[in-house]
Design a protein around this ligand. Structure first.
Ligand code: SF4
Length: 128
């Protein structure tokens, strides 16, 4: 089976385009300009991670949503459990941008923070 994809290396500002192909499980990586890019591409394939962005509910009204994100990427295989945890959160307004909403999500050493300020006066901008 052949799997191919292209990624942009995010390790340094050069942003090399790296092609990754897997033919019968054998990995071929091209396009990187240094070993860090090669390591990054391997990590993308072997331990996929992604940023999680979502919303949480205000405690007094679940229609009011507060936009949040993880402070860094988390393993893709933890996303479902992370969403379950975040969905259960209720936050009292006001919330300030950067405020920690969930500390140490799933013991991943990652916090969930608000990406905007939401007050009782501007919450209409954040309705679901
Ligand atoms: S492959 Fe190397 S040079 Fe290219 S973006 Fe990644 S770290 Fe930078």
């Amino acid at each position: 089976m052949i799997k191919e994809r292209c990624i942009t290396c995010i390790i340094c500002p050069k942003g090399c385009r790296i092609s990754i192909s897997q033919i019968d499980g054998e990995l071929t990586i091209d396009g990187y300009q240094c070993s860090r890019g090669n390591d990054y591409a391997r990590q993308v394939v072997e331990f996929p991670v992604q940023m999680l962005t979502t919303t949480v509910s205000a405690s007094h009204d679940h229609h009011i949503r507060i936009p949040v994100k993880t402070t860094r990427e988390i393993p893709v295989n933890t996303i479902k459990e992370a969403m379950r945890k975040i969905r259960a959160v209720r936050i009292a307004l006001p919330v300030r941008i950067g405020e920690v909403i969930v500390e140490n999500l799933l013991d991943l050493d990652v916090d969930v923070i608000a990406t905007d300020s939401v007050t009782p006066h501007n919450w209409r901008n954040h309705e679901s």
